[in-house]
Design a protein around this ligand. Structure first.
Ligand SMILES: [Zn+2]
Length: 145
């Protein structure tokens, strides 16, 4: 008798291999990621599969990211994502993590970062405008007299 009952969503080794090789359709990928977040047993199985299968398909940036970080991107990475300055492969994965996997932590973090960015922009603009105006004024005075 094998203990097959502790995996609530039957994710087999083939699925895990496809996951590591970046070869799952989006819905399946989301299901696996959600399951991985919830199950340390499944994370152990993923690690076991990974160690048995070091082939070329596992070396895309997305795949490397997936197997090194099953948790969440850093705030800095989320900030870089907002600036649209992230490696496209990584950005795609982060968007997937946030929008499809719907990671609540990253959604909150990203909303917070967006709020800060939006709050900062008008102030920065008006400060910039003020500086421009005052220097224009100074330049005009200097120029005329
Ligand atoms: Zn996250």
């Amino acid at each position: 008798m094998e203990g097959e009952h502790h995996a609530p969503t039957a994710i087999d080794s083939d699925t895990l291999r496809a996951y590591l090789a970046d070869a799952l359709p989006a819905e399946e990928l989301a299901r696996v990621e959600k399951a991985l977040r919830d199950s340390s047993e499944l994370r152990d199985r993923l690690e076991a599969v990974r160690q048995n299968r070091e082939d070329a398909g596992l070396h895309t940036l997305g795949a490397i990211w997936r197997r090194s970080r099953l948790t969440c991107p850093s705030r800095q990475q989320l900030g870089t994502l907002l600036l649209d300055a992230l490696d496209p492969d990584l950005a795609e994965y982060l968007l997937f993590h946030i929008e499809v996997v719907e990671c609540p932590y990253c959604q909150a973090n990203l909303a917070d970062l967006k709020g800060k960015a939006e709050a900062a922009t008008p102030a920065a603009k008006s400060r910039h405008a003020r500086i421009l105006n005052s220097s224009r004024h100074l330049l005009r005075e200097d120029g005329k007299s």
